[in-house]
Design a protein around this ligand. Structure first.
Ligand code: EPZ
Length: 419
């Protein structure tokens, strides 16, 4: 399962290049199923989730080629042979559910295993299915699979109101609407930057989309879309994770390949707690100039504070001066890092969706376990700042979303190694 051994207390210095966004790549790989022509997705990081998504579209019959040198992925779904995404893969990679939209749009049918839950929550897909049904699909839910078909192989454009601005539901419905008959309007849509990146890729393919990045997205269906090339947006959560690590260890780092606009909620909180953040074009400089002061954080859909940064800022708050209050409004069980941080001496109390953190001068190194991707990242951050040695177990969770995180941290002066 692998582990990281971290000797804490070393400030981070130097610069690092942020990789392409995992959460932008996954729906874009799925969107390649919409066309018979080859798509090129550029500079892809080596992430287990990306490998998994490529494996899935390849199992569906798409031709997938990864160029090790350029890090480009070439995908051609001309000979789609299947329309079933098996449980074996979907249970490991929930984002597999994102193939339902393109398969319905392109092949008029899709059979995808119900993703099931994951450590952070039950992760239902009801909003996806309600949207597909509104577009005329017939949905059968049985034996652990969702089977969807649309009469005459053509979805019908319509207006869909999302009860919650779900990122995945928005992405699935946009891709389904691209080839639908007529206009689809998605109201109360998610406005995360990853949605904008998906819409930008689809537009290059010939889709007609407006409003991406707002809560109302309009898609005018077209008969077909073509291949396209795309460079994926930088990973705002990887950037936020490194910013938090630099701030907490009293370091001074520059992150390259970032979009400061995407980092506003994290930048605001780090500044509020006393850190110096200097934005300069597509780079950001972070100086940890003092012990952090306590923070109040409430996660919200974009442009609010991202749930994917909650665990990292919770770890950060353990070292702060004062009491921090962290409210997780998106997922019902996203405090899995708390018990592990307690093993390092953190003073945290959890009451439902609220964590109350009494900051202390420092945590002590301990053996801890990554329970999910961002909880694992939070434990690495805590280990970098803690006194003594921290061993983070089950780091395969971390490899899902961070490309060789230890290499980037080592180059910034961290004492971390993979065993
Ligand atoms: C995406 O997940 C991200 N994953 C998550 O990142 C991220 O935490 C989440 O968006 C929120 O920003 C990818 O993009 C691959 P949602 P997604 O649908 O699409 C409820 C990471 O660490 N909901 O916006 O699954 C759901 O239960 C991962 O990189 C329904 O009730 O998130 C949750 O409470 C973790 N019904 C809330 O909405 C539905 O049909 C947000 O879910 C769909 C969602």
């Amino acid at each position: 399962m692998g582990a990281f051994v971290i000797n804490g207390g070393k400030p981070l210095f130097g610069s690092a290049v942020i990789s392409s966004s995992k959460n932008a790549i996954l729906p874009i790989i799925s969107a390649c199923l919409l066309t018979d022509e080859e798509c090129i997705i550029k500079q892809i990081p080596g992430l287990d989730d990306v490998t998994g998504m490529c494996e899935l579209v390849s199992n569906l019959g798409a031709d997938v080629r990864v160029d090790g040198k350029t890090r480009n992925i070439y995908i051609c779904a001309k000979s789609l042979s299947g329309h079933t995404a098996e449980y074996e893969l979907v249970s490991k990679l929930r984002a597999s559910f994102l193939v339902m939209g393109p398969l319905l749009a392109k092949a008029g049918k899709a059979k995808v295993a119900l993703p099931g839950g994951c450590p952070i929550g039950s992760r239902p897909v009801d909003l996806h299915l309600k949207g597909f049904e509104a577009m005329g699909a017939k949905i059968d839910n049985g034996h652990g699979f969702i089977e969807a078909r649309c009469p005459g192989n053509k979805l019908k454009g319509t207006t869909i109101y999302l009860d919650f601005p779900s990122v995945g539901a928005t992405e699935n419905l946009i891709t389904a609407a691209v080839l639908a008959e007529g206009q689809t309007i998605i109201e109360n849509a998610a406005s995360e930057p990853e949605i904008v990146d998906l819409a930008s890729f689809l537009t290059k393919m010939g889709a007609k989309i407006s409003g991406a990045g707002t809560d109302t997205i309009i898609i005018d269906g077209v008969d077909k879309v073509n291949g396209a090339e795309h460079t994926i947006m930088p990973d705002r959560i990887e950037a936020g994770t490194f910013m938090t690590a630099a701030a907490l260890t009293g370091g001074d780092i520059t992150l390259l390949n970032v979009v400061p606009e995407h980092l506003k909620p994290v930048t605001a909180k780090l500044r509020e707690s006393g850190m110096e953040i200097i934005e300069n074009g597509n780079s950001v400089k972070v100086r940890g100039i003092a012990r952090p002061s306590a923070l109040d954080i409430k996660t919200h859909p974009f442009p609010g504070f991202p749930t994917d940064m909650q665990a990292q800022l919770s770890a950060y708050s353990c070292f702060a001066e004062g009491t921090s209050v962290i409210v997780e409004t998106i997922f019902e069980n996203r405090f899995m890092h708390v018990n592990e941080l307690r093993r390092m001496g953190a003073q945290i109390r959890v009451d439902g969706r609220t964590a109350i953190i009494e900051g202390i001068e420092s945590l002590q190194g301990a053996q801890v376990r990554a329970t999910d991707l961002r909880a694992g990242a939070a434990l690495v951050i805590a280990g970098l700042a803690a006194r003594g040695t921290t061993e983070v177990l089950d780091i395969h969770h971390i490899d899902r979303g961070y490309e060789f995180i230890e290499n980037k941290l080592q180059r910034l002066g961290a004492d971390i190694r993979r065993i």
